[in-house]
Design a protein around this ligand. Structure first.
Ligand code: CDP
Ligand code: MG
Length: 717
């Protein structure tokens, strides 16, 4: 399927600068759009509007008219959540009807696969059932999620159902945020977090049961966890593993763990009519907007869910919908439409809005990324509009990095999307692509992340877990051997792996620290220190290497990895090539290395930290603790600077900042104004410094003019 890009997205980008449109969007998202639009319409008036608004262009959904008629009675739109207590809602879920049977199968088996439609209660109920029958008496129940948003929102929901504070009996952990406590018995977490926990505790002793949720998503971490947990299951007889999945892949999971039972939760879904576009859709944002408006004007009550690929498109779609609604409102009355975006970067309080009930008579239109495919369930959706695209992470070996790219979704994902319309009553799914594209061009199921991603981190992780031969690791779908070997080669070049493929001590570093010559090599390293900055220390090493003719023996003498330096030289020459191609003149800062620190600050202000104690910092934005590494050049300052930026956090014994540079707080405010501003007390400090500088300049000027006067006098004499 070719994608020409959305004219609407482009148009909106041109119409207003990105910032402006974003600002406008926040206003929209914050206000109740329904209020602007006023009075409700009668069915006849709505029909009269159809011809005008329902102009489908190339998309032909005419056959839907009859179906809409059938739904028009408005039956089935659920006020369920409003009218029932949480306890009653729990008992209504499909999983409740087979609770005892499910618990029996779990009791009798060490590993099982549980399959059920989205919304049947797997994520929220399973952990509670396990708790209720006493599995948490010795150990905790952990439940992994491929997405952070899901981990947080589900934990919140379950804490409400169990009437406990979030972080007490029920908690969650995502990277750099741990909301659990000593009471916690049900812990939701991202699969990445559990994977990192295996580094500290390879047998996962504190867990009695792990539920690997949404396993069908086949995230990179989930796939690695499969191999690791299979070993834990073999070593610990008291440990249980439950893998939950959409229908897809269930057999494969069962086979992987040795033909374990597959337990099906009976479905309770309604039929969904699927309608295809007759011709390929040129612009799916435009197409989706038109379709949503047509549904809104002509079809029976029921909320709409639109699948887009990412934030920009979602914003453009919401904006365009809002614009059409305003046009409509200025001409005549239109029914209310509550436009709600949802994507993972959206602040949590705005995300939560999609779960709230719309005011009476208003229709919700949720515009989402694939986050709404399986991770989040919203009741009351009767119409799904599927663009057929999604963003996935792909590794680009030429650039050596992962990038998010827009791709057609798989047939399995498309079916999952369609299913979202049939949760509350019979629904309709509008596919903005042809049936032939669905049958002939889409892949049957998504390619697992492990087969399309950079394996550098996986290799490092598995090596840290003492898995020596990676080619022997028990992958469910092994990544191409070539990818593993490529990643190992890159890590070797960086000095992270030694000649026999084992992890080196410092990963990855330019400095070489042999165990038998620790003191000597530390002293050698300190000679290169530039006290304000580890980055500048590296620059210093590079400069000196340059002036020593890039010699390998010079590196050996100074405890430096020549491979790392050669890599730096290579990257530098690539950058020079890029500058040449783009005709950007090469300039040098000379000896003014503050400029370099500022440049680093301008790129890494999101990784900035504020001094809290000796060598102890907290991230300025997220508040998580981070520490100066004992090997950092900043210790050489004699004091620790108030503000630093750092390259990365590595978690070993503590969260250590890797490669830190001291920065001035006002740089953060200047270079990262979207995150930081200078408080009054700081302002006065800056003002003070500014004044000092002005005074100094004034004084210098005065001195200069005095000198000139003297010179002139001298000459006259
Ligand atoms: O995991 P599965 O898709 O099987 O279902 P679930 O996530 O456990 O959701 C069961 C029900 O809980 C859904 O029908 C939602 O209505 C409700 N739920 C909710 O209201 N808020 C959440 N954050 C999560 C679930
Ligand atoms: Mg779930």
């Amino acid at each position: 399927i070719s994608r020409k890009g959305s004219n609407l997205v482009r148009e909106i980008h041109e119409k207003q600068s990105m910032n402006k449109s974003r600002q406008r969007f926040w206003e929209l998202a914050g206000s109740n759009l329904g209020n602007i639009l006023g009075v409700e319409k009668t069915a006849d008036q709505i029909d009269a509007d159809t011809a005008e608004v329902g102009d489908q262009g190339e998309i032909d959904f005419k056959q839907d008219a009859k179906f809409a008629q059938h739904l028009k009675k408005g039956e089935g739109v659920s006020d369920f959540a409003k009218s029932k207590t949480l306890a009653q809602q729990r008992q209504y879920l499909p999983i409740f009807s087979i609770r005892e049977e499910l618990l029996r199968v779990i009791r009798e088996n060490q590993v099982i696969v549980v399959v059920g439609e989205t919304g049947s209660g797997k994520t929220t109920q399973l952990t509670q059932y396990l708790h209720e029958v006493g599995y948490t008496n010795n150990g905790i129940v952990g439940c992994t999620q491929p997405r952070r948003v899901a981990a947080m929102s589900v934990a919140k929901r379950v804490s409400e159902e169990m009437e406990t504070e979030l972080g007490d009996k029920v908690g969650y952990a995502i990277r750099f945020e741990d909301v659990t406590g000593s009471n916690t018995v049900i812990k939701y977490m991202t699969d990445g977090v559990l994977l990192r926990e295996t580094l500290k505790d390879s047998d996962l002793e504190k867990y009695r049961i792990i539920v690997m949720d949404e396993a069908h998503e086949r995230s990179l971490s989930t796939d690695v966890l499969f191999g690791i947990l299979k070993k834990v299951v073999a070593r610990r007889r008291d440990f249980k593993l439950i893998v939950t999945s959409a229908t897809l892949n269930a057999q494969k999971f069962s086979d992987f763990f040795g033909s374990v039972p597959i337990f099906h939760i009976p479905g309770r879904t309604f039929p969904v009519q699927t309608l295809y576009s007759k011709t390929p859709c040129e612009d799916y944002v435009e197409g989706a907007v038109k379709q949503a408006m047509a549904i809104h004007i002509t079809s029976a009550p029921g909320d709409i869910l639109i699948f887009m690929t990412g934030q920009d498109e979602i914003e453009a779609t919401c904006y365009a919908l809002q614009e059409r609604m305003e046009q409509l409102a200025s001409k005549k009355e239109a029914p209310k439409l509550l436009i709600l975006p949802i994507y993972s970067q959206l602040p949590a309080d705005l995300q939560a809005k999609i779960f709230e009930n719309a005011e009476d008579g208003a229709r919700k239109c949720i515009v989402a990324t694939n986050i709404a495919e399986t991770s989040l369930t919203v009741d009351g959706i009767f119409y799904v509009i599927d663009t057929g695209y999604g963003k996935i992470k792909v590794y680009n070996p030429r650039m050596g990095m992962d990038a998010l790219q827009v791709f057609p979704v798989s047939r399995a994902a498309a079916d999952q999307r369609a299913g979202r319309a049939g949760r509350t009553g019979p629904g309709t799914c509008y596919r903005l692509y042809t049936e032939s594209a669905y049958l002939n061009e889409m892949l049957p199921s998504p390619v697992p992340e492990i087969q399309r991603t950079n394996l550098g981190n996986v290799v490092l992780l598995l090596k840290s877990l003492k898995i020596d031969n990676l080619l022997d690791f028990d992958f469910m779908d092994p990544p191409p051997q070539e990818n593993i070997l490529n990643s190992m080669y890159q890590l070797w070049v960086l000095g992270a792996l030694n000649n026999v493929g084992d992890l080196t001590d410092i990963v990855p570093s330019v400095f070489f620290r042999p165990k038998d010559r620790v003191e000597e090599s530390d002293a050698g390293r300190e000679k290169f220190f530039v006290q304000e900055s580890d980055h500048l220390t590296l620059l210093n090493v590079y400069k000196q290497w340059t002036s020593n003719n890039y010699r390998g023996d010079w590196c050996n003498d100074h405890f430096l990895h020549v491979k790392g330096l050669r890599k730096a030289r290579e990257v530098r020459s690539q950058l020079l090539d890029i500058l040449k191609t783009l005709k950007i003149p090469l300039t040098s800062c000379g000896l003014d290395w503050d400029v370099v620190r500022m440049a680093i600050c301008s790129a890494y202000f999101h990784n900035s930290a504020r001094l809290k104690g000796v060598g102890e910092y907290v991230n300025c934005r997220k508040g998580m603790p981070c520490h100066l590494h004992p090997s950092s050049a900043l210790y050489g300052l004699g004091y620790t600077p108030d503000y630093v930026v750092y390259h990365d956090l590595i978690l070993t014994a503590k969260e250590y900042m890797q490669c830190a540079t001291a920065v001035e707080p006002q740089w953060l405010a200047e270079l990262g104004p979207m995150f930081f501003s200078v408080k009054d007390s700081d302002t006065s400090m800056i003002e003070h410094k500014k004044k000092q500088k002005q005074e100094k300049t004034a004084m210098e000027e005065e001195m200069e003019s005095l000198r000139k006067v003297e010179e002139d006098k001298e000459r006259e004499r």
